[in-house]
Design a protein around this ligand. Sequence first.
Ligand SMILES: Cc1cc2nc3c(=O)[nH]c(=O)nc-3n(C[C@H](O)[C@H](O)[C@H](O)COP(=O)(O)OP(=O)(O)OC[C@H]3O[C@@H](n4cnc5c(N)ncnc54)[C@H](O)[C@@H]3O)c2cc1C
Length: 302
Amino acid sequence: MILDCAVIGGGPAGLNATLVLGRSRRKTILFDDNKPRNIVTSESHGFVTRDGIHPQEFKRIAQEELSKYPDVRIENQRVHRINKENNLFQVETENGEVYSAKKIILATGFKEVLPDIPGVREFYGKSLFSCPFCDGWELKDRPLAVIAEDQKAFHMAKLVSNWTNDLIVFTNGSKVISLEEQELLKSKGIGINEKKIAAFIGADGMLEKIQFVDDTVVLCEGGFIAAEWKQAASFESSLEYALNEHGGIETDSWQRTKTEGVFACGDTRIAGPSQLIIAAGEGSMAAMAVNAALIEEKFNQV
Ligand SMILES: Cc1cc2nc3c(=O)[nH]c(=O)nc-3n(C[C@H](O)[C@H](O)[C@H](O)COP(=O)(O)OP(=O)(O)OC[C@H]3O[C@@H](n4cnc5c(N)ncnc54)[C@H](O)[C@@H]3O)c2cc1C
């Protein structure tokens, strides 16, 4: 059987794309190996009607909703390879199964590359986060840190100061804040610490203090890290698509990539703010674009 669409990645982007495709009576398979970016956290915020939901509960509800649609199938396995042959895409899974699809939606997300500081993984997703719009409310009015080793430090300190008046920006040994920016931050009561960090210290993922290589410590209950990003997908592929300056897959406003028949949505585009609701919205848009393309092909057939 030739599928209308194979959706790779079952986070909010891929789930919503699949929902819209299923409701459009498109034969669709959603592949997911369940390693989403937010696996480290237990609450997702900022999605109206879902504020505070556990990410895996979000996925469970979505998969239950998808089960109502007979043209949709979910495969809980990793896609290993995608190739295009004669206008069809061959999708090979880690178990060696091969599926043919007319269209592909990439919804594979991205991964953070966190600074190499001892303890950082223990706290990330529990008291250290990357997006204050997602997790700032829970940390409001506490002594917080912004940890940024690059030019994002100044911008992020300004942003996070919205949630607390007790804020220090830590650059972990880098000199990335100009004198002018330092003056501005200090004038707003934001501290600056350019010492090299030795470790994050606390218990059960809750940060208590930051220790420096000179053995001094600063008390701190949480904060935000400026991370680097990289594509989460690791499959082999002959597909060609352009990447933007952040390493995200470039698309037009209909989620179309440079390769005809391949669409991308959600975090994998790394094009700006990343949130569940944005990813889900882009998934919906990608599904509508797939439909539009399939309809055009049908009506252009002689
Ligand atoms: C600590 C933390 C807290 C966050 N808190 C919030 C919050 O409170 N509110 C909010 O809106 N956002 C939050 N986010 C951001 C949110 O998690 C992302 O924006 C969102 O998950 C992006 O959805 P996505 O579908 O694009 O990607 P993901 O959710 O990452 O899903 C991608 C899926 O694709 C799968 N996949 C990848 N490659 C393959 C392959 N080859 N084959 C099969 N499957 C594959 C992955 O396993 C994964 O399940 C948080 C992120 C982090 C890290």
